[in-house]
Write a protein that binds this ligand. Structure first.
Ligand code: HAM
Length: 441
């Protein structure tokens, strides 16, 4: 009897594979992110995927879309309610408090890059598992820090080569917001018939969400209604003015946008989103967002600790780069071999070269020299080292410089040292192929 064909499996809805052909593009994004964070003195932090569900309820907000509709939450085998992190700020503040980072020199500057999870309606640029690169500066209230975060945000997109605008607003602190919400709620009630069904429900529970609702009627209501910047207290107004002055100082191209109220409850004062240039507002899927969250540490049981940060969606950034070509660094060396003895020696040589930090590839399972050289060519190896029977006997190895087209015989015992000297840059890096600059392979 024939065995039934096993079932094949597909990606779960809303999930995405990053495939080898996207490797160079993702490498470029990740490297750009890491270099940026390190240039500004940020230290890497990694928090777990799973956190106590209440951490997000108390920070992102009970009535936020994220907590109400989008969290992957479940009771674990021990009965604890846990959630797959939908965002990174609350876990980082949890870690900051838990590990007593308040005792370090303030502000503490942290960066992260990893997967996040939201059970959102999937579409291009919106996934249920996505990646964020983010940075947080914790323990400083001075508006110059807001400008530093905006400067880094702007520089990140400059380095990626993606034209963006930074849409900026101030949400004030909770008292300003409460005062504003009263006025706004009253106004929005008078326009109830123009609101979408969701916003009709939001009128009592979470009127702030009406302001950034994408429905046309709600947008009209929001843009002709009262604005939060007109309801800021003296302290919040001064803070915001200073942030904008600092941004002007370094020519950060911001756009004042009273509708940037953000979907997470923890924000205070400065809030912003990064929009791709030329995209319609209604179709807008922000490439990043952030702001101050001066009350979050206290809300999570810590000491009052002002902080600000931002995070960027890497899938959305990757989509913006799809028409550009990226190439990984070429391998430094390809080892070609002929005969069983040479094959054995090649294995040891690979080990030696790789230990020296040389990027070495080979095709040791192949016996045909022509096939091997084709692979070396295709991968764009800088040098080819060939070990044949004669070389084994003479304890030599043939070095071919693929760019110069020259050949020379090296002493086999000194080959690792020799190759190391020839490689100036041992770091694995990914660079963009500029227009007219043909890829080598
Ligand atoms: P957020 O605006 O919710 O902020 O997310 C930041 C970015 O993550 C968005 O601008 C977007 O690019 C990306 N993103 C969000 N949801 C999805 C999704 N379903 N699919 C693909 N990309 C997505 C935060 O998460 C805050 N923690 C940012 C922050 C850091 N605020 C202060 N510090």
């Amino acid at each position: 009897m024939r065995k039934p064909k096993p079932k094949s499996y597909q990606l779960i809805r809303g999930m995405k594979d990053v495939l080898p052909q996207e490797d160079a593009r993702w490498g470029f994004i990740n490297k750009t992110a890491e270099n940026l964070a390190q240039s500004f003195g940020y230290e890497y932090i990694e928090t777990p995927i799973l956190e106590d569900t209440n951490l997000f309820v108390r920070s992102v907000g009970e009535h936020s879309d994220i907590v109400e509709k989008e969290m992957f939450s479940f009771a674990d085998k021990g009965g604890d309610n846990v959630s797959m992190r939908p965002e990174g700020t609350a876990p980082i503040i949890r870690a900051y408090i838990e590990h007593g980072m308040i005792r370090e020199t303030q502000p503490v500057r942290l960066w992260y890059n990893g997967p996040f999870f939201r059970y959102d309606r999937p579409q291009a640029g919106r996934y249920r598992q996505f990646h964020q690169f983010g940075f947080e500066t914790i323990g400083e209230i001075d508006p110059i820090i807001d400008a530093e975060i905006l400067l880094m945000t702007n520089q990140f997109f400059q380095k990626l080569g993606i034209p963006v605008s930074i849409q900026i607003n101030s949400n004030g602190h909770p008292e300003c917001r409460a005062r504003f919400l009263k006025v706004f709620q009253e106004y929005a009630r008078s326009k109830r018939s123009m609101l979408c069904d969701d916003c009709k429900k939001r009128l009592n529970k979470n009127p702030m969400r009406i302001i950034d609702c994408k429905e046309e009627g709600c947008q009209t209501v929001a843009s002709s209604g009262p604005q939060i910047v007109d309801h800021l207290c003296e302290d919040c107004r001064t803070h915001f003015t200073r942030v904008l002055e600092y941004c002007d100082e370094v020519s950060i191209p911001y756009v004042l946008n009273p509708r940037i109220v953000r979907g997470l409850d923890y924000y205070t004062k400065t809030t912003f989103e990064v929009w791709a240039e030329g995209e319609q507002e209604a179709a807008q899927m922000s490439l990043g967002g952030g702001g101050r969250y001066d009350g979050l540490a206290e809300d999570l049981g810590g000491r009052p600790t002002p902080a600000i940060g931002a995070a960027f969606g890497l899938e959305r950034i990757s989509l913006r780069l799809i028409d550009r070509q990226f190439q990984k660094d070429r391998p430094d060396v390809f080892i070609a071999q002929l005969g069983e003895k040479a094959k054995r020696k090649s294995l040891g040589l690979m080990d030696k070269l790789a230990k020296e930090g040389i990027k070495v590839i080979s095709a040791l399972s192949k016996n045909n020299l022509k096939n091997q050289l084709e692979i070396a060519n295709k991968r764009g190896a800088r040098f080819v080292l060939t070990l044949g029977q004669k070389e084994i006997m003479d304890e030599t190895i043939m070095l071919r410089d693929m760019d110069a087209g020259t050949q020379e015989l090296l002493d086999f015992r000194k080959v690792a040292e020799e190759m190391k000297n020839r490689m100036k840059d041992n770091g694995i890096s990914v660079k963009e192929i500029k227009n007219g600059d043909e890829p080598k392979n």
